[in-house]
Design a protein around this ligand. Structure first.
Ligand code: AMP
Length: 186
């Protein structure tokens, strides 16, 4: 089972992905986490993406596709992958289809977490206070939301035509969202 958790930044994708990892043994592939790790390690890649991330823009397709390709290769016997924050553009989605097809696999489900912008801003303000992630400051967050609306939301028709999207009310509490996702995956 390969699953995409789809939704705007701060919709709760990471929280739900981590639970699915614990409960089902899936492997979470979060390109945001990978890029933050690259930055923390001071690698060449990390330095290359720092400014783009701090500006709330998307890094190049080439970079994130390579990160995902590497992880798919490193985990040949995974029970399933949860893609969190990837794909974010149509070329990324096409590349992911190809990478999975090479393994005889596909995306089985897309769970879309629906959260309105006001709630997102409230959440991210709290996360900024708690975790101090630079790109969670309100100004940068609004750029991340713009990038989502302009570049990522247009991906929905790409999956909708396959009939694999389930919409979940991401405004509900964490346990209710979890229950809705479990129903979607049953
Ligand atoms: P996230 O934690 O998923 O919100 O990602 C944090 C930042 O990393 C984003 O604002 C982008 O700058 C970058 N990023 C993460 N995933 C991707 C992706 N799939 N495509 C392009 N940029 C990404």
């Amino acid at each position: 089972m390969n699953l995409i958790l789809f939704g705007p930044p701060a919709a709760g994708k990471g929280t739900q992905a981590k639970r699915l990892v614990e409960e089902r043994g899936f492997i979470q592939l979060s390109t945001g986490d990978m890029l933050r790790a690259a930055r923390a390690s001071g690698s060449e890649l990390g330095n290359k993406v720092a400014d783009i991330m701090d500006n709330g823009q998307l890094v190049t397709d080439e970079i994130v596709i390579a990160l995902i390709a590497e992880q798919l290769e490193l985990n040949p016997n995974a029970a399933g992958f949860i893609f969190d924050g990837f794909p974010r553009t149509v070329p990324q989605a096409e590349a992911l289809d190809k990478l999975l097809a090479d393994k005889g696999q596909k995306i089985d489900k897309v769970v879309r977490l629906v959260v309105d912008d006001t709630a997102l801003l409230a959440r991210v303000t709290k996360r900024f206070e708690d975790q101090g992630r630079a790109d969670d400051n309100p100004e940068t967050f609004s750029k991340r939301l713009d990038a989502y609306n302009a570049q990522t939301a247009p991906l929905l028709p790409y999956y909708a035509t396959r009939g694999i999207i389930t919409e979940v009310d991401g405004m509900a509490d964490i346990a209710s969202v979890a229950a809705s996702i479990d129903t979607a995956l049953a």
